[in-house]
Design a protein around this ligand. Structure first.
Ligand SMILES: Cc1ncc(C[n+]2csc(CCOP(=O)(O)OP(=O)(O)O)c2C)c(N)n1
Ligand SMILES: [Mg+2]
Length: 282
């Protein structure tokens, strides 16, 4: 178990990784990656039970699916820094023949990746299938997924939500990155999602709120609460309220950094705002 300060230090180093990866190739998605950093660090450092000796079938361990695959820089950094592959491999992000493609893929064999994601809307269905397989195998571990809020506009999500609720798939925890933003603007303007809590409850899901998804203590408490609600005949959702671009002053308050790399001047400013930690840059 890491203490709060260690988790915050790792979060800072992960944020540097995200920015350095995206800047190096002048492409990628910093906004959502920075916003979900506390969540992913908490999940992999404190919550999930898994082995870094990677097995594709995920049997007898907790599994995670990044359904909003565009925030791959965050996943790659956390996987590397929890021991799935060398941290130095982060420098291959988005390069030809790299195992770290722009969106996670499986055929390059990167440890920690069990499904190709990035075509939005699919990860929840796969997660529900995995959760049902766990029940059939008498495997009491959990399945975790992360969805973007804009991603929820995909029709397949609602079919999956309906299925899991009706079939009492109570060993899955789906987290929604409720940042209120997506590629083209605010979710309220692009396609208003209404009350997600009401919608989820009407689909027979249990709902946990994390008011500030960039506050490590709140994220840890929310994940703990969600875990305690599994096994009770309902799938569990976490509404994680985050800030897109969190940690870099000019990246917050807008959707503009959803999928854009900083220029040299902006990068210098961002790096000054998040100094290198004792964990060291890759
Ligand atoms: C099926 C599909 N349609 C469109 C896209 C293009 N796309 C990539 S990210 C994105 C916006 C997603 O919004 P959200 O899930 O809220 O992610 P955030 O911008 O908050 O990171 C879109 C439309 C895609 N990847 N897959
Ligand atoms: Mg969003």
């Amino acid at each position: 178990m890491a203490n709060l300060q260690e988790l915050q230090e790792l979060s800072a180093q992960v944020r540097r990784d995200i920015l350095r990866m995206v800047y190096a190739v002048n492409s990628g998605h910093p906004g959502g990656s920075l916003g979900c950093t506390e969540f992913m660090v908490a999940l992999y450092k404190e919550v999930m039970d898994y082995s870094t000796d990677f097995k594709m079938d995920g049997k007898d361990e907790d599994v995670f699916i990044l359904s909003n695959g565009h925030i791959s820089p965050l996943l790659y950094s956390v996987l590397a820094r929890t021991g799935f592959f060398p941290v130095s491999e982060l420098q291959t992000f988005r390069k030809l023949n790299s195992r770290l493609q722009g969106h996670p893929t499986t055929h390059e064999g990167l440890p920690g990746i069990r499904i190709a994601t990035g075509s939005l809307g699919q990860g929840l269905s796969a997660g529900i299938g995995l959760a049902i397989a766990k029940k059939l195998n008498n495997d009491s571990h959990l399945v975790y997924t992360l969805q973007g809020d804009g991603e929820l506009q995909e029709g397949q999500i609602w079919e999956a939500l309906m299925y899991a609720g009706a079939n009492k798939v109570d060993n899955i925890i789906m987290t929604i990155d409720a940042n209120g933003r997506q590629i083209d603007g605010d979710t309220d303007d692009v396609l208003n999602l209404g009350s997600l809590e009401d919608k989820l409850k009407s689909f027979m899901w249990d709902v946990v709120h994390v008011k500030d998804g960039n506050d490590m203590e709140q994220v840890l408490a929310g994940l703990k609460e969600a875990k305690s609600r599994t096994g009770k005949q309902k799938p569990v959702a976490i509404l994680l309220h985050t800030e897109m671009g969190y940690g870099v002053d000019f990246m917050v308050g807008t959707h503009e950094w959803h999928g854009k790399a900083p220029n040299a001047e902006q990068m210098e400013s961002a790096m000054n705002q998040i100094p290198e930690t004792s964990l060291k840059d890759y």
